[in-house]
Every structure is written in C-alpha cells, then in structure tokens.
Design a protein around this ligand. Structure first.
Ligand code: F0G
Length: 385
C-alpha cells in the first residue's frame, strides 16, 4: 500500500478519519531522528543525549506537510474547491504545493507585508497560489483570513483546523519509533502558533492511554523574544490550564494591553513572529499534562544556535534553531540535566531563509546591515564558524 511510504499515513490507525482511498499524500514525513553530538556539546549535554528531528526534509521543506496532508485530505473529503491560510511562509508553501501537485483545489494565501522570506514566498508563487499581501503582520493576516474564509466558504488550513494537528502528531510517532518507544526526557520545540506543541501533547496523551508509552516526556516550548506571548502569560502571569479552568480574563487583559500599546511581534525568526497564537489554549493543556516549561530566546541566541546546527551537519531556518537555543538556556538554568535525553525539533530547512544566514556569516558590512543591522545582533565569531 503506497500510504505506508508516507511518514504520516503509515500511522493512520492513530488518527483514523479517512478511508485509504480518500487520502491525499505526496510522500511527506519521511524524516529522521539524528544523534547530534557536536550540537549536544554546544547545548551542554553529554554525548549521545541530544537528537535532532529534522523536519526540513519534507517535500515543501518544513514540518507543515505533516499536518497539511491531513487537512488537505479532509478538505477533499468535504468537497472543498478552494483552501486558504494566513502564513509566515511555510504553511503557505505547503498548501500551495499540495494544490499544485494534486490540482484538487486552488490555494488562497494571506501574508503580512514584507514579512515572509523570499525562499518561502517563491514557493507559493511558483506553485501557482493566489498570494495576497495585506497591510499588517501575521496576526492581522490571520484575523483577516478567518473572516474571509467564513464569509466565502473557503476551507481554512491554518492550525485552528483540528485535522492539521492530527497529522502533526506523526512527528512524535516517528521520534518515538526511532527511540524504540522509550520516551526521551524532553521534547523541545519552537512556539509560534503553538500547533506543534498542541499536537504533540495530544499524541502523548493518546499514546499513554493506548498503553504504547509508559510516561510522557516534558515539553519545552521556546518563543522568540520579540514574540513571547506564551512565555509572558505562562511565566509572568501564571496562566495555567488547571482542569480546563484557565484564567481567560488574564489572557483577554494581556491582549487588550497589547492592542492599547499597538504592540507588534518582531523577531528575525520570521516564521514565529506571532503575538496571538491560535492554539494557545490547547498548548496550555499540553503543558499542564506534561509539566512543561516555556522560555524565550533572543535573535542572537537563535542565530548562534543555528550556526552550530549547521556546522554540526544539518542546517535549519532561524525559527527552528529556537529549539536548540532554548535547550541551551534550560541546560544553563539546571532545568535540563547533562544526562537528560533531549529531542529538539528542527522545523524548517536552511534554504527557507538564506538572507539571515548569509548576513550572519558575511564579512561584508553592507549585507550585514541590510538584514541584521537594526536587530542588535552580532555576527558569527570565528569560534562558532
Ligand atoms: N517553525 C517554523 C519553521 C514555522 O514555520 C512555524 C510556523 C513554527 C516553527 C511555529 O509553529 O504553530 O507549531 O508553533 N509557521 C506558520 C506559518 C505560522 O505560517 O508557516 P507552531
């Protein structure tokens, strides 16, 4: 059965919503867990203790394909002719690819102005998606696409869509399979819209209930400093799940203040430049179930970690490196021990966002200034090349 060649659908008995003949796949999810001792040294972990789950190997170059294949399958099941998303670039690349390859639907994409990297934008354009740049950032684009898709009956594939999360559970199935179903101590993941963390939490709860794992790994969700809503709410405002009775008023007050201050997310990790994560509540539940932690890392910490991931053999985009940078912070704070088994999720391919990488490594001042000059970031030092 060709479905068994998809790293997502070979686990379909763990999210059985489609019949085999209804499933739309392009061979997504064929990704591997890799031991990374060089990066472990940088993070402060013992040799053999750090693994990187490299989701950049997906057909569109990011983890999004894991969820998109599931949402796209559902869209097709309900007869959708158009599918839409707001995006910082990877969701749109993924949707556009499924539409382009299968010709089953037309893609309608909303992006913030000047907000997405050219690698990702070029995918959406070449795959033939209707790509609309709106005045504003991702949070504005997200609000807009929710209205438009509702008004016009267009199928929405952002991670508010529960089928996206069903597909993204498979990232954890593959990680656990590679570890012979012995859960690691920590899963560290970047946090933007909080789709992955929510999906992973659901995967663990279900696997435990099925008796496939005996304990749940702790999740560490890492925000970029310029887009730290989850970190602020969780660590500064004590917003917790607490049996479903989480303090909605605190969240509402936080967003009201953000609006009053005209606060906008700002990080060079453009993929996670998000202030209003759509899966906030589900993520809080996941954090509660696993005694999770949340941290934020600066653009500098992200770029430094990214170059270590690259020189250790695998590249990733800036947002992905937040996981490695976050693991390092948690190690330094003594929350992660040197002997803990840690898996960091690398969500997107190095080639997705080459400008930041070139600017970080170049000795050309003009190139540096044009991308990183305003961000208070220092270039790579010789030592971390
Ligand atoms: N890493 C990368 C490379 C991403 O593209 C995103 C999200 C995330 C992490 C965060 O995802 O929802 O699991 O917290 N990108 C979305 C997009 C927003 O439009 O491509 P999350």
């Amino acid at each position: 059965n060709p479905l068994n060649f998809s790293g997502v659908w070979r686990f379909r008995s763990l999210f059985p919503f489609a019949k085999d003949e209804q499933i739309v796949t392009v061979g997504e999810g064929q990704t591997l867990l890799q031991q990374a001792d060089e990066v472990a040294k940088f993070v402060g972990l013992n040799a053999g203790k750090l693994h990187l789950q490299y989701e950049g190997m997906n057909p569109s170059g990011s983890f999004k394909d894991n969820g998109m294949t599931a949402a796209f399958t559902h869209a097709n099941m309900v007869g959708a002719k158009r599918a839409a998303c707001a995006s910082t670039g990877n969701t749109s690349a993924s949707l556009a690819m499924y539409c382009g390859v299968t010709r089953l639907m037309k893609a309608v994409i909303f992006i913030g102005s000047g907000k997405i990297s050219y690698g990702k934008l070029s995918q959406a354009l070449d795959y033939g998606a209707l790509t609309l740049q709106i005045a504003g950032d991702f949070d504005d684009a997200m609000a807009r696409v929710k209205e438009v898709s509702k008004d016009m009956g267009i199928y929405l594939v952002n991670s508010v869509n529960p089928f996206r999360l069903e597909g993204q559970k498979s990232v954890m199935f593959r990680v656990l399979e590679a570890l012979q179903w012995e859960p690691p101590d920590w899963i560290v993941v970047p946090g933007g819209n909080l789709g992955n963390s929510s999906a992973f939490g659901k995967a663990f709860a279900e696997l435990k209930e099925l008796g496939l794992i005996s304990r749940i790994p702790r999740l560490a969700v890492i925000n970029a400093s310029g887009a730290d809503t989850l970190d602020q709410l969780y660590n500064q405002h004590d917003v917790r799940w607490n049996d479903g009775h989480y303090p909605r008023h605190k969240i509402a007050a936080y967003y009201e203040k953000m609006d009053a201050d005209h606060a906008k997310a700002s990080t060079l990790a453009s993929a996670i430049e998000i202030n209003r994560p759509v899966n906030l509540h589900k993520c809080l539940r996941a954090l509660n179930d696993c005694d999770g932690v949340v941290r934020q890392v600066s653009d500098q910490e992200i770029l430094d970690a990214k170059s270590r991931v690259g020189s250790g053999g695998m590249g990733c985009e800036p947002a992905s490196a937040a996981s490695v940078a976050g693991a390092k912070v948690l190690r330094e704070q003594g929350i992660i021990a040197p002997s803990d088994r840690v898996v960091c999720i690398l969500t997107g391919h190095l080639l997705k966002d080459p400008n930041a990488t070139v600017a970080y490594h170049t000795t050309d001042q003009e190139t540096f200034n044009s991308v990183l000059g305003s961000r208070g970031v220092k270039r790579a030092t010789f030592a971390n090349r």
